[in-house]
Design a binder for this molecule. Structure first.
Ligand SMILES: Nc1ncnc2c1ncn2[C@@H]1O[C@H](COP(=O)(O)OP(=O)(O)O)[C@@H](O)[C@H]1O
Ligand SMILES: [Mg+2]
Length: 429
């Protein structure tokens, strides 16, 4: 087994090798930093060595957000001979399984995506834990895990992208490293010797704002101030009549409100050499604009469908019909209504941070333009703010107010990411 390790170690960067050596000095090792910095790769090496040394009398466990993310983030690497060479012969894993065999030992896998997850490890004795994406685990789970490392020589190895400066992992563990028996390594893509410079350039281009600071620079930073600080009318706003030709209308995104505004945004992709995303047009109904009169779903649906039909009906045809309708996932009554009216609404992706990150990056790279018909979007985009109070508590959240068209746009954009990403960024996949 050590023979299988040797040749691979020579291909690592100095920072990588040092972290594998130094992590053994403390009970808890945390690798934080940029995407593709090699955090998972190097910590898995450390983990394999730790498996060989793990004290008997406790379980070896791998923890991630879900069993799926454990599969994608951990086992695709651990079972890839191009990455782990001969060592992959000592890893037996079936996708979906709750245990694996690694170097002759049984390893138990746990998803921890809500407050109740900690009951899965309550009462357990853990000899060795590997934690993927530590900042997105519930804090209670992490705390419980730490109390479970109770055999002599028990260890925990964790990786994560950085979060807010006040995130519990940073404040209570990384900044209290000595007291808590923690060693922390901070990595950037420069520490990964395997990356192609083109890949590094393309990856850097995909992040903006706080996401750039965290995912590229590897810094722990608070989300504060304007969310779309990169919004610039001169670059992003286009008169409807001046829009470039539309190649595809990817989707309509709809945010639903009864007393609040219901808004729908039409998302297209331009027919240009280097295509851009475009918010073509907007529909909304706001009771505040109609003396407080709220409309029943049946009426909202009717007006929405009339608007949609007018965009691509036989006479006034100027864009292709949208390929998908993505609806606010919490709008159950509207979903049923649209269904009755012959539209199949898809559940929109509601990962707020990922959606905001997508929109920020698109704007920063000039890969998204907005037509002047998107009035509500335009009134909201400059006002959208990170919640300073949430930041104080270590969370990333936006102030919930006037974000209806922004949500609708985010739904359309995030839900179709796999469709447009290769096209607008000119990437292979
Ligand atoms: N020293 C290295 N030699 C070969 N490949 C490496 C090395 N370091 C990292 N990699 C590869 O780089 C890619 C990104 O590394 P990964 O550990 O997934 O990054 P992170 O977890 O920081 O996002 C992976 O495919 C990994 O196998
Ligand atoms: Mg990783």
């Amino acid at each position: 087994m050590p023979d299988a390790l040797d040749p691979l170690l020579t291909l690592m960067s100095r920072a990588q090798i040092l972290s594998i050596a130094d992590c053994r000095r403390k009970k808890i090792a945390i690798w934080s930093g940029a995407v593709s910095a090699g955090k998972t790769y190097v910590s898995l090496y450390a983990f394999l060595i730790a498996v060989l040394d793990a004290p008997p009398g406790g379980r070896i466990i791998i923890v991630g957000r879900t069993l799926d993310t454990i599969q994608t983030n951990i086992f695709t690497l651990l079972t890839d001979p191009a990455i782990f060479g001969e060592l992959t012969k000592h890893v037996q894993y079936t996708p979906g399984a709750k245990t694996a065999r690694i170097l002759g030992r049984t390893v138990y896998l746990y998803g921890a995506n809500n407050a109740e997850s900690e009951t899965k490890i309550r009462g357990m004795t853990v000899a060795l834990a590997y934690v993927d994406e530590a900042t997105i685990l519930p804090e209670g789970f992490w705390d419980m895990l730490m109390t479970r490392l109770r055999v002599r020589g028990a260890r925990c190895l964790a990786t994560t992208n950085p979060g807010s400066k006040n995130h519990w992992l940073r404040k209570k563990w990384i900044l209290k490293a000595d007291e808590k028996n923690v060693i922390h390594f901070s990595f950037t893509m420069d520490d990964n010797p395997s990356l192609d410079p083109d890949y590094v350039r393309d990856t850097k281009a995909q992040f903006a704002g706080i996401f750039y600071q965290r995912m590229i620079l590897g810094q722990w930073t608070n989300a504060a101030g304007a969310v779309y600080a990169m919004w610039d009318e001169d670059r992003h706003l286009v008169k409807h009549a001046d829009l470039p030709p539309i190649a595809r209308t990817l989707a309509v995104g709809m945010d639903y409100g009864t007393t609040n505004t219901t808004a729908a945004l039409l998302l297209g992709i331009t027919d240009e050499q280097q295509p851009r995303l475009v918010l073509i047009d907007e529909w909304h109904y706001s009771s505040a604009e109609h003396h407080g009169e709220t409309l029943p779903d049946v009426e909202l649906s009717k007006r929405f469908r009339e608007w949609l039909a007018s965009k691509h009906g036989p006479e006034k045809r100027y864009v292709p019909a949208p390929e998908y309708v993505f609806l606010d996932p919490s709008a159950a009554s509207m979903r049923a209504q649209l269904h009755d009216d012959g539209i199949t609404p898809w559940q929109a992706s509601n990962d707020v941070l990922k959606g905001i990150s997508d929109v920020s990056n698109l704007l920063a790279q000039d890969r998204l333009i907005v037509s002047d018909r998107c009035e509500v979007f335009l009134s909201e985009v400059t006002e959208y703010e990170w919640d300073a109070k949430a930041s104080e508590e270590g969370d990333d959240a936006v102030v919930k107010k006037d974000d209806h068209a922004l949500d609708a746009a985010r739904y359309a954009i995030r839900s179709t990411v796999s469709q447009w990403k290769p096209l607008v960024y000119g990437l292979a996949a």
